[in-house]
Design a protein around this ligand. Sequence first.
Ligand code: FE
Length: 197
Amino acid sequence: MRALETVLTQKGYVERAALDLLIETYETRIGPRNGSRVVARAWTDPEYLDWLLRDATAAIADQGYAGRQGEHMVAVANSPQRHNLVVCTLCSCYPWPVLGLPPVWYKSAAYRSRVVRDPRGVLADFGVVLSPDTEIRVWDSTAEVRYLVIPERPPGSEHLGQEELAALVTRDSMIGTGMALTPGLSASAGQPPKAAG
Ligand code: FE
């Protein structure tokens, strides 16, 4: 990405400032931080959680996030009894307004085919080991419906405010290939980017 960007900028195809704005938009404004804020609100507001589970499109739009590839959203909540995992077996359908652009692995044939056959194995590859008693439910995204996973609120987060809670909600935890971060533990891969400044 950086190498291509350098070439395009040097040759005058792309203006440096325009490119920075585009990257910044996808990394911070339209990106997993949007979904993180939705989840943090759901963790702290039972009425909002109820609304999100009943009509995710409206509840997410209430946060100001709407648009292409987010017209028909469904939110699914993780619990000790059930872990939700999202895929698009056909291509790469993904909820852009809340998660931004899909990660490269989400579009890979390996993920798309294996998640259906062996979800527990895929989760292990991502470092997520669930209790054998936890049911795994795989949701196949389509052109019509996009899914947002509400990860379990981590222990030790009871005293945190919404912005601090949102920082615990990784992109992968909202796809189902990760868990929310535990406060106080060092950050791992997949943590949403920090806002500038
Ligand atoms: Fe698709």
